[in-house]
Design a protein around this ligand. Structure first.
Ligand code: NAD
Ligand code: WQD
Length: 344
């Protein structure tokens, strides 16, 4: 099984995963509508890997392009990243989120069924655990309904994929629940490109370090954590990417339905992340403690044992490396895209 369709492959996690796949000699076909990504990332993936990728600019909601890909590319497996992912936007535009994420996934699955392609790896999220009572969260931790439409789309898509598997056990479905992906490729050429002012912690800190924003608001210091600020399981995006290659190996064994947490098992507080970033960027990062952000939870970190046992995968990179790589991307790759400089 060597021909992989990567939906959303020009995006943050998709681009890093594509590089890992190319390194392992998979043939990659990307389908991306560029709604949250930049086509210049495709050139950078090719430069970093020294290989060509087949790219289709188009939408998972568009049957004509899906038919064309499945008819022409001999796809064995789909890695499905394409989705909208902003929690805040999903509250403001629930219909757009349900349409893109749910209808898009159903449309993709129907196309896969038409062409008898029954292997899929799906980008899920720790958000499906909601505010879990016991840490760390394992795959057996009871799920809770997320508080926002984005999170709900992830829970619903997990259910849809589970029902598809139940209806036909010849499918192989791997649901990967990501914790908090951060960092960037070590080259600094590819990384996360948030639209406008970032919502997530590390991209925001990075902009403060770059002098683009004055300070970071720390959302609450009265959680029951080491210093009162929120604790999360930050995972280097390259570790996350390598988890997808391991999941592909599992699919090759005809695994049926499998669910894995992809996290490090370690939690870091907001203040600890700020400190690690200060060290990486060698800059002081100003912050202010403000009210809790609505919908936030205090602590969330993974029990990653199952992925280690069954996939032979574990995260390698620590928080310092996540910050160093993010900062290199901020100062080189991202800067050159914004300023339209030719870097490579
Ligand atoms: P991203 O926005 O960088 O990448 C998503 C890509 O999908 C983009 O290139 C976008 O243009 C494309 N896309 C969106 N809708 C599409 C459509 N209808 N048709 C074709 N292409 C479409 O996001 P990311 O951070 O790389 O996330 C990838 C996946 O992982 C998403 O499903 C996301 O929900 C999930 N996830 C992300 C995080 C995170 O914090 N980044 C955490 C957990 C889960
Ligand atoms: C991390 C910590 C904040 C920004 C979200 C989604 C989740 C997901 C990943 C997709 C928290 C604190 C943040 C800021 C702060 N992905 N913070 N000031 O909330 O864990 O997860 O992104 O599936 O679904 O909910 O990530 O990076 O927003 O926050 O103090 O300006 O940083 O309160 O403790 P979160 P985050």
């Amino acid at each position: 099984m060597r021909n992989i369709l990567v939906t959303g492959g020009i995006g943050y996690i998709g681009s890093h995963t594509t590089i890992e796949l190319l390194e392992k000699d998979y043939n990659v076909v990307i389908l991306d509508n560029l709604s949250n990504s930049d086509i210049r990332i495709k050139d950078r993936i090719e430069i970093l890997s020294g290989k060509k990728i087949k790219f289709y600019e188009g939408d998972i909601l568009d049957n004509s392009i899906l038919n064309k890909i499945f008819e022409g590319e001999n796809i064995d497996t789909v890695i499905h990243f394409a989705a909208y992912k902003s929690v805040g936007d999903s509250v403001k535009m629930p219909l757009e989120y349900y349409n893109n994420n749910i209808n898009g996934t159903v449309n993709l699955l129907r196309a896969m069924k038409r062409y008898d392609v029954k292997n899929i790896i799906f980008s899920s999220s720790a958000t499906v655990y909601g505010e879990a009572k016991v840490m760390p969260v394992s795959e057996k931790t009871p799920l809770m309904t997320p508080t926002n439409p984005y999170g709900k789309t992830k829970s619903m898509m997990e259910e849809i994929l589970t029902d598809v598997y139940k209806s036909d056990n010849s499918w192989n479905v791997v649901l990967l629940r990501y914790f908090n992906p951060v960092g960037a490729h070590k080259s600094g050429l590819i990384g996360e490109m948030p639209n406008g002012i970032p919502n997530n912690l590390m991209p925001y800190i990075s902009k403060v370090a770059a002098g683009e924003l004055e300070y970071i608001s720390v959302f609450g210091d009265d959680y029951k954590t080491i210093d009162g600020t929120g604790v999360r399981d930050y995972i280097h995006v390259v570790d996350l990417a390598s988890g997808h290659v391991k999941a592909l190996n599992k699919i090759e064994e005809k695994c049926g339905l499998k669910i894995y947490n992809l996290g490090t098992g370690n939690g870091y507080s907001v203040l600890q992340v700020i400190k690690a970033f200060e060290k990486a960027a060698n800059k002081k990062i100003n912050y202010k403690i403000v009210e809790r952000r609505s919908g936030d939870i205090g602590t969330c970190y993974a029990d990653p044992k199952l992925a280690k046992e069954e996939l032979g995968w574990e995260a390698k990179y620590e928080i310092d490396k996540m910050c160093e790589d993010f900062w290199r991307w901020q100062c080189t790759g991202l800067k050159s895209l914004i300023e339209d400089e030719v870097l490579v």
